[in-house]
Design a binder for this molecule. Sequence first.
Ligand SMILES: Cc1cc2nc3c(=O)[nH]c(=O)nc-3n(C[C@H](O)[C@H](O)[C@H](O)COP(=O)(O)O)c2cc1C
Length: 136
Amino acid sequence: MTVNEAYLIYFSPTHTSKQVAEAIVHGTGIKNILPINVTQQIADEIVIPASALAVIVVPVYGGHVAPLAMERLRYIRGVDTPTVLVVVYGNRAYEKALMELDAFAIPHGLKVIAGATFIGEHSYSTDKHPIAVGRP
Ligand SMILES: Cc1cc2nc3c(=O)[nH]c(=O)nc-3n(C[C@H](O)[C@H](O)[C@H](O)COP(=O)(O)O)c2cc1C
């Protein structure tokens, strides 16, 4: 089956998860990109078709998927839609965040085909206390 559109779904208050999401989708070569930015609002009810790729990228807070991100994804569904799951963390630890995202995806009809963790600059990084500056 040819996948010719990608849903770029992200929660990204300090823009790192957004950058990672965009780079991944860009790398697939898919031209038709449909962004769903849940940083400031909940996603509308949507069923992503099986002919599309879903890429979901969220940050890790306290070793979990950022709770607000989890909440704002809740009306997104698929129909065995191929889905890539990514958690972005600030070089401390991602603990079980990727598993949490996986536990969300499966009952929502999203068929997980890949998962990844990326290090991004920590939101609390400062000149005095740098953490993963400039990453990814
Ligand atoms: C409230 C809060 C909690 C965080 N907890 C963790 C953590 O447990 N482990 C970690 O490695 N990074 C942690 N981070 C860092 C973020 O995961 C990291 O900065 C990420 O790149 C932020 O994504 P964004 O730029 O898309 O908002 C935390 C950041 C915030 C704001």
